[in-house]
Design a protein around this ligand. Structure first.
Ligand SMILES: [Zn+2]
Ligand SMILES: [Zn+2]
Length: 211
């Protein structure tokens, strides 16, 4: 069974997720936004040990907890990020633009590409490249569990901002049409900020998708 624990962390209220497969006792941290030690603590209270870190994209508010997890967990979890977001990673995800300084971290050692299939126990996870918010943004789609971790591509009644470096509005809208709206209607969308929603709900009510 797949267990999902959401935590809202950091200066811009980012959703960090722990995803745990009980059969294999595998735990992945998706977008450990901030305060990695706290994320590890929450995991351990449940008896979970983080073995991998998956990033939807390299903005600072989604990776601020990576260093803390790497320090607290041994062996160090692999860190997964799309190659097109490595340049953003190297400038700490734009942290300085917002007046923050992050700890130095090694480069991600699990480069992602579109169509790659990751696993959490028996659960397959499809990596879908969905650029526009950042060049290397991906979403993580779990077909069996009918859930998609979509980062800052789409939110309940909103879409990702495209005014930051590397952002592009048309590219983002294409990504939403091709990588999100093609998922089954009942798919749960777990975004980088705000409430959970579904593909059907956004198709019907998201103001950005009504024209
Ligand atoms: Zn972002
Ligand atoms: Zn964000």
């Amino acid at each position: 069974m797949l267990n999902i624990q959401r935590m809202v962390l950091g200066p811009v209220q980012t959703n960090a997720y722990l995803v745990h497969d009980s059969a294999s006792q595998t735990t992945v941290a998706i977008d450990p936004a901030w305060d990695g030690e706290q994320i590890v603590k929450v995991a351990r209270q449940k008896g979970w040990e983080i073995s991998q870190i998956w990033l939807t994209h390299a903005h600072f508010d989604h990776l601020g907890g990576v260093a803390g997890i790497l320090k607290s967990v041994s062996p160090s979890p692999a860190v997964a990020l799309h190659a097109a977001d490595f340049p953003l990673w190297r400038v700490q995800g734009g942290a300085q633009l917002f007046g923050f300084q992050l700890e130095a971290m090694p480069e991600p050692n699990l480069p992602l590409q579109h169509g790659q299939v990751l696993k959490i126990g028996e659960y397959e996870v499809e990596v879908r490249h969905a650029p526009g918010h950042t060049p290397g943004h991906v979403v993580f789609y779990f077909p069996q569990a009918e859930v998609c971790f979509c980062g800052d591509v789409i939110f309940e009644a909103g879409i990702g901002r495209t005014d930051l470096p590397g952002g592009d509005f048309e590219t983002l809208m294409n990504s939403i049409r091709e990588q999100i709206l093609t998922l089954p209607d009942q798919t749960r969308l777990l975004s980088g900020h705000g409430n959970e929603t579904t593909v059907a709900q956004e198709r019907q009510h998201n103001p950005w998708l009504q024209w």
